[in-house]
Design a binder for this molecule. Structure first.
Ligand SMILES: Cc1cc2nc3c(=O)[nH]c(=O)nc-3n(C[C@H](O)[C@H](O)[C@H](O)COP(=O)(O)OP(=O)(O)OC[C@H]3O[C@@H](n4cnc5c(N)ncnc54)[C@H](O)[C@@H]3O)c2cc1C
Length: 508
């Protein structure tokens, strides 16, 4: 498996093993944990700046959300500029807007400097309102964009066959193939003397006087600085209570005509639909995404694909569905990502999380921010993205309440889990949380009848996992840890597997 789910994403063919030899007894300047766009970009930038770095990845480069993204490189964000002005003030919102342009330039520079072939294309985006309410929202978005100097122009026509009320064109956006891009960055990193270790889980770290000692599945590693580019940091941290895990769904279709839109596209429904195209083996495909929900809060995740497909078929003349996959992202409580020093650490441990659906930009800018802090002592974005900021914005109470409700739900899950008299009660292909002698277990029966039994309590902070039938995984609704049917960790913040229980399959 090259990704954290059983479904194949459109990018996955390009994932290959990348590992290098390293004397792991040496003292590194920086250990970067996590082989997605954030970790790989950061490792390269630090190595370019003369630091001796090693990148550790629990599975393989591109295993996490970067292998399941849709890779729009858009510099207008899920947190709109009008929301940023309302919650953070105009000056901070202007700085927020600068991030997009700066990150796009970084990506373009990397592509040019290292001659990367990653299907990069610059194009405009269209943002369209489907009804009156969305048109009002669009008006606010455009007004906010104008205040921070970001161009959005009203247009009478859009290149998507979807009836709309109002729409704007946003120039200077882009897209690429995320795996080809990060693979190119990895090659450049190795060329510069960096090291990559795959299949290496970072289990914990200890901050000593001058150094940090990492406990990993491949032994101890010593470093002066540590970056958790793991999408959400491992361990238990205040950041786990300031972010919430969500899943989003993507599908790639061929159409019965050749007029694919040349734009990136977004409507303003909640959750919104997003569109782009990608050529695979010479064939153009439309990638559509949406149907987002909180991790562990959708009973039948397979239905999210049906709903997305039905929605797309309403407007597009679909020929064939080529790919369908889902992946995870993190919502921050106040709308800005958290990039910088890990709260509670002594100042040499860093992280980046809470990117919403804009990780191509925020993962890329993380490289610049953390390099500026580690090499030069400061970054202009340090304050606005500080993971230690306390920003009680509108919606904060609701966010905390929702998190508390999730915690209550998991107690309820434990109490209400079903009792079964025999394994026969579980059908082939079915998954259930069952109760036995006061303990609850996550059980999955394969199509061929083989039964997998796991303890259903997530090792992170002991919530109860829930079944995700679309990706055949057990997902924790509290902080987004995920496990395959064998209990193996797929997604952090956990660093441990679910406990496997060996059973006699013919036992009652
Ligand atoms: C369906 C979907 C579509 C999206 N579309 C877009 C888009 O169009 N544009 C955009 O900008 N953003 C988009 N996003 C968001 C974006 O994809 C993510 O924000 C981004 O990929 C996150 O990258 P990352 O490197 O931080 O994390 P990841 O790619 O998740 O990488 C983290 C890595 O860390 C590893 N890891 C975790 N724990 C450990 C450990 N303890 N030890 C070692 N390794 C560990 C994991 O195996 C993983 O490979 C989308 C998200 C989703 C879900």
């Amino acid at each position: 498996m090259y990704r954290d789910g059983v479904r194949k994403s459109i990018w996955q063919e390009e994932i290959k093993r990348i590992s290098s030899e390293a004397d792991d007894k040496q003292l590194f300047d920086v250990v970067i944990v996590g082989g997605g766009i954030t970790g790989v970009s950061t490792a390269l930038k630090l190595q370019e700046n003369g630091k001796n770095c090693i990148l550790l990845e629990a599975a393989n480069i591109g295993f996490g959300t970067t292998g399941g993204t849709t890779a729009h490189i858009n510099d207008f964000f899920d947190t709109t500029f009008d929301e940023a002005i309302n919650d953070f003030g105009l000056e901070q919102a202007k700085l927020f807007a600068e991030v997009g342009k700066e990150a796009q330039d970084h990506i373009k520079n990397n592509i040019k400097k290292y001659g990367l072939e990653c299907d990069f294309e610059e194009k405009a985006a269209v943002l369209f309102a489907l009804d009156e309410r969305q048109a009002e929202k669009l008006k606010d978005i455009v007004a906010g964009a104008s205040k921070v100097g970001h161009e959005m122009r009203y247009t009478e026509e859009i290149s998507f066959p979807i009836p709309f009320k109002e729409a704007v064109i946003i120039p200077n956006q882009a897209q690429f193939h995320p795996i080809k891009y990060i693979k190119g960055l990895c090659d450049a990193f190795l060329q510069l003397g960096g090291h990559i270790l795959e299949d290496c889980i970072c289990e914990s770290h200890e901050e000593q006087d001058e150094i940090i000692v990492l406990k990993t599945s491949k032994g101890e590693i010593r470093t002066k600085n540590l970056v958790y580019a793991t999408h959400i940091p491992p361990g238990v941290n205040i950041l786990h209570f300031m972010t919430a895990p969500y899943r989003s769904y993507a599908m790639a279709f061929s159409l019965n005509y050749d007029e694919y839109s040349q734009h990136l596209g977004y409507d303003l429904t909640e959750p919104y639909h997003y569109y782009r195209t990608q050529k695979i083996d010479g064939k153009t495909l439309l990638i559509a995404g949406g149907e987002d929900h909180k991790t562990g809060h959708e009973e039948n995740t397979g239905e999210c694909f049906s709903r997305l497909e039905n929605y797309v078929r309403q407007y597009f003349d679909v020929e064939t569905v080529y790919y369908s996959w889902s992946s995870q992202y993190y919502e921050p409580v106040d709308g800005f990502p958290y990039i910088g020093k890990l709260p509670g650490s002594k100042g040499k441990v860093f992280t980046a999380t809470g990117f919403r659906g804009n990780g191509m930009i925020f993962g890329t800018i993380t490289a610049q921010i953390l390099t500026d802090i580690i090499v030069h002592g400061k970054s202009k974005y340090e304050e606005i993205f500080s993971p230690s900021r306390i920003k009680p914005v509108a919606g904060f109470t609701e966010f905390v309440k929702e998190t508390a409700e999730v915690a209550c739900d998991f107690v309820k899950d434990k109490i209400t889990a079903e009792k079964i008299a025999s394994w026969e009660e579980i059908k082939e292909g079915e998954a259930k949380v069952i109760k036995h002698e006061g303990e609850s277990f996550a059980v999955y029966k394969e199509k061929e009848g083989k039964i997998h039994v796991l303890k259903s309590t997530c090792p992170h902070v002991h919530c109860e996992v829930r079944w995700n039938g679309a990706e055949l995984s057990w997902d924790c609704p509290c902080h987004g840890s995920r496990f395959n049917v064998n209990g193996k960790m797929l997604t952090g913040p956990t660093v441990k597997d679910l406990q496997r229980i060996d059973i006699e399959e013919n036992s009652e």
